[in-house]
Write a protein that binds this ligand. Sequence first.
Ligand code: KIV
Length: 271
Amino acid sequence: MSVESAAQIITTQRLIDKKQRGEKIAMLTAYDYTMARILDSVGIDVILVGDSAANVMAGHETTLPITLDQMIYHAQSVVRAVKRALVVVDLPFGSYQGNSKEALNSAIRIMKESGADAVKLEGGEEIAESVRRILCAGIPIMGHLGLMPQSINKFGTYAVRAREAEEAEKLARDARLLEELGCFAVLLEKIPAALGKKVAGELKVPVFGIGAGGGVDGQVLVAHDMLGLLQEFSPRFLRRYHNLYNEMRDAFARYVSDVRSGDFPNEKEQY
Ligand code: KIV
């Protein structure tokens, strides 16, 4: 690797440096090689192999069913495509909540079997012991607070979190704890913008947001959502950059019609 290309590669420290320089940081999800290659080619900073793969790739209602083996498969596909971005992988539901040894083993499997750069865990003080143990093994962690989809059965709703003072104070406390423990970043999901800004102001490590307003250091969206592939999902925080659902539907419909009419393949498209 040349010195120049090594300088381009995103590391956890470079993300912290970006925050110090006041540079905003861009993150998107990917679950497969093709998408990750396109994202890396535009210079995205972080690619998240999110457990939202359970919804987007497998059609589950929640993120709970996806397994550690399935997350590793998605992470391997993404890592094969990426030359520059930092690849962060979600520890799936059930792979770290039991105890800190189980959490460490799951994180080690992700790092060893996929070659990813870091893991992401949902929770604050409840998972502090696991966070500590994983960090002790030299595995970087991005924390995740606010709306935590793995706890949807406890929350009972995907509504905005931490509107009330008590929950907002706990969230800010948890974010500080995650930084103290050594997490390189914290992701805040679906919380009031003012709280996102306050937490980002208190932390030295980058704070990412999805539905956490413009006052945080970085943004993340699910790539399939911002491409307009899943039409039924339209929360307020989602900006659609394309209407790929309609474009793909149109292309597929034209193919079906061309096959049926005998127009495809034509003379030039055969041997
Ligand atoms: O799994 C996921 O895609 C996430 C989002 C909040 C970005 O964690």
